[in-house]
Write a protein of this length. Structure first.
Length: 329
């Protein structure tokens, strides 16, 4: 997949293309539904399939105090978009100048003049142009004027056989954020089509886990990916070389110890019996994937009670992951 950070980087002879636009935070099943139709249409037109996205998220420019935390980091988003079969991704820098373009100016600049679009694929909730005044009907009008087809894609019901209150609900990034905020990583995974992942560099912590016999890989505070609710999770640690290790993952500030800030740390289980120092992940960029929440955070009366609980957490992690494919993420 070609990756362009600016319209000027797009080759002048790229056309024809079939294009869609969106933030694609999470690249969830709803996004994948639209992108699958995009790729199919591009093959029918013998054209390149191109997605136009934005960085930063528009809300971070217009409403920074209320901007959502991104579900996934830029590297994971690009990787997930490439996996859909796209030929190109144009990541446009979003600022107030871009936001000032009318719907027609935006379409002319990016879709027709820039990408030579012969078709545009959109969901029914698509919005674009100044003040989000452009919608599907606007795009149809512009398509008739500028000579491209508009292909509308229906909403995607991710959980048609799920709980009654979820049936018929449109798959969305908002729903995934709600699930992660509640620690419901199972629902988040069903909406994403894969386990939710964070990515970050392993840094030195207080070494309490090592002292208790449960050494952990601590993610740096600037790690990417939305942190789920505090608690202990069964999941996977993916090392820099792609090796996947089963792990018990702790999220939050450990209430048994005073003064511990919120953190994400993963204890790899069932490793060969080599010494701890032979399993050195410090400085590596790793992925942490959340399969199931085992429990919330609890303050224990002392280290002995905590150690016993950690043994139980490891046993439950082993049970949960015994039915999970290590390639699920």
């Amino acid at each position: 997949m070609y990756y362009w950070k600016d319209l000027a980087e797009v080759p002048s002879d790229i056309g024809p293309t079939v294009v869609t636009i969106g933030n694609f935070d999470g690249v969830h099943l709803g996004h994948q539904h639209v992108l699958s139709r995009l790729v199919k249409a591009a093959r029918e037109y013998d054209a390149a399939a191109v997605a136009v996205s934005f960085d930063p998220h528009p809300a971070a420019v217009h409403r920074p105090e209320n901007a959502p935390v991104m579900i996934m980091g830029p590297a994971d988003r690009t990787e997930a978009l490439a996996a859909t079969g796209l030929d190109g991704l144009l990541m446009v820098h979003y600022d107030l100048e871009l936001a000032s373009l009318t719907a027609e100016e935006f379409v002319r600049k990016f879709l027709t003049d820039g990408l030579h679009a012969v078709a545009v694929v959109l969901g029914h909730d698509a919005r674009f142009g100044r003040g989000n005044t452009g919608d599907l009907d606007t795009m149809r009008e512009l398509g008739a004027e500028l000579g491209f087809e508009v292909i509308a894609v229906d909403d995607f019901d991710a959980l048609p056989e799920g709980p009654e209150d979820s049936r018929g609900r449109r798959c969305s990034s908002t729903w995934i954020r709600e699930a992660l905020a509640a620690g419901d990583v199972r629902t988040a995974a069903r909406l994403l089509g894969r386990t939710h992942r964070m990515r970050g560099v392993v840094v030195h912590g207080a070494a309490r886990g090592r002292e208790l016999g449960f050494p952990t890989a601590n993610l740096a505070p600037e790690s990417t990916g939305l942190i789920p609710a505090d608690g202990v999770y069964a999941g996977w640690l993916v090392s820099a070389d792609g090796t996947r290790w089963p792990a018990a993952i702790s999220v939050g500030s450990n209430p048994t110890f005073i003064g511990v800030s919120r953190q994400v740390e993963a204890h790899v289980i069932d490793r060969p019996a080599e010494a701890v120092e032979d399993f050195d992940l410090y400085g590596q960029c790793v992925g942490v994937e959340f399969v199931e929440r085992l429990r919330g955070m609890v303050a224990y009366t002392g280290p002995e009670a905590l150690i016993e609980q950690m043994r139980l957490d490891v046993a439950r992690t082993r049970d949960v992951l015994s039915t999970e494919s290590p390639a699920a993420g």
